[in-house]
Ligand binder design. Structure first.
Ligand code: CA
Length: 318
């Protein structure tokens, strides 16, 4: 059975991805790594551990980077997220306390991923649903891991669709464009699961009502998070009939690659000017006939959504 590492920045849709990864039976989830992103790394690490505990998931959780590679990090004291809450968790957990991060070693996620690749090789699948800072550091520290790893599926970027930060920039790519550029230009066996496909997989108010009716502590907590998330989507993306299942789809694509249609591409990320943060084809490599990366441009939303809701509802029932 393939081994799965999920790299998150929890985040409401990361929590959905964790619940999905915990309940699926296709791969063995062996660990979670957490970087800064939807909040400070201290908060996202705490969110991940507390949420995993709530749903009875006992895999180890490793702390990753606290800021982007080159740019200054966001000031989380002044930029509370409308979509995820200032704590990343719909403001349900608040600011972390020292005990929340007891035992965590800064950036231990980098070595954990490297060691896992050397241990499991092609049997290891990595799914990333946050900034690419940790993965860039993995490749910088040990470039060989990209030849050894089985596959990477990353919720990042927007290839043919517009961004969600601005017309060019998707949020994960925008958090550390230099890291995205470095990773994509390293030619990893990576499939970009970007806004092209993730905005076509939705959770609606009807889906939320079903979760609320389950009536467990788990379902109450996650329903509260999704309610917050849906409220933000109604205001910010009123053209969608629900909230996008961005991060869960990266897990779904790893489990069932047949649900997505991909195009082989040499990819990069723009790091300056108006199109800063845009993921696109790297034309400097257009004469290279060997492609390692690909972009997903179509998804069988119905197949994915059925599997996602069946799986997560099983987890929420406990
Ligand atoms: Ca995320």
């Amino acid at each position: 059975m393939k081994k799965l590492i999920l790299s998150v920045d929890t985040g409401i849709d990361d929590a959905l991805a964790i619940a999905y990864a915990a309940g699926q039976q296709e791969m063995e989830l062996i660990g979670l790594t957490v970087s800064y992103g939807m909040s400070t790394v201290e908060n996202t690490y705490r969110n991940t551990r507390k949420f995993a505990e709530l749903i009875g998931l006992t895999v180890p959780v490793y702390m990753g980077s606290s800021k982007p590679m080159v740019r200054p990090g966001r000031d989380y004291r002044t930029t509370g997220s409308r979509i995820h809450g200032r704590d990343g968790m719909a403001n349900m957990f608040g600011e972390h306390v020292p005990e929340d991060i007891e035992g965590a070693v800064p950036e231990e996620a980098i070595d954990y991923i490297i060691e896992s690749v050397h241990r499991y090789g092609k049997d290891l699948v990595l799914v990333t649903t946050g900034p690419m800072t940790d993965l860039a550091k993995v490749i910088k520290k040990d470039p060989k891991v990209m030849e050894k790893i089985g596959a990477i599926y990353s919720m990042v970027g927007a290839l043919a669709a517009p961004g969600n930060v601005n017309p060019y920039m998707e949020a994960n790519a925008g958090m550390d464009p230099e890291a995205v550029k470095f990773v994509l230009e390293s030619d990893p066996p990576l499939t970009v699961i970007g806004l092209d496909v993730t905005r076509k997989t939705l959770m609606s108010l009807e889906d939320l009502k079903r979760w609320q009716e389950i009536g467990t502590e788990r379902s109450g907590f996650l329903s509260g998070c999704v309610e917050f998330y849906l409220d933000a989507y109604r205001v910010m993306h009123p053209y969608l009939k629900g909230c996008a299942l961005h991060d869960p789809l990266a897990v779904g694509a790893a489990l069932h690659p047949e649900w997505i249609h991909t195009v082989p591409m040499h990819l990069t990320c723009v790091t300056e000017g108006e199109a800063d943060g845009r993921t696109c084809e790297d034309l400097s490599r257009c004469d290279d006939p060997v492609y390692h990366s690909a972009g997903a441009l179509f998804v069988d939303s119905k197949a994915f959504e059925k599997h996602f809701f069946d799986t997560v509802e099983r987890v929420l029932r406990g």
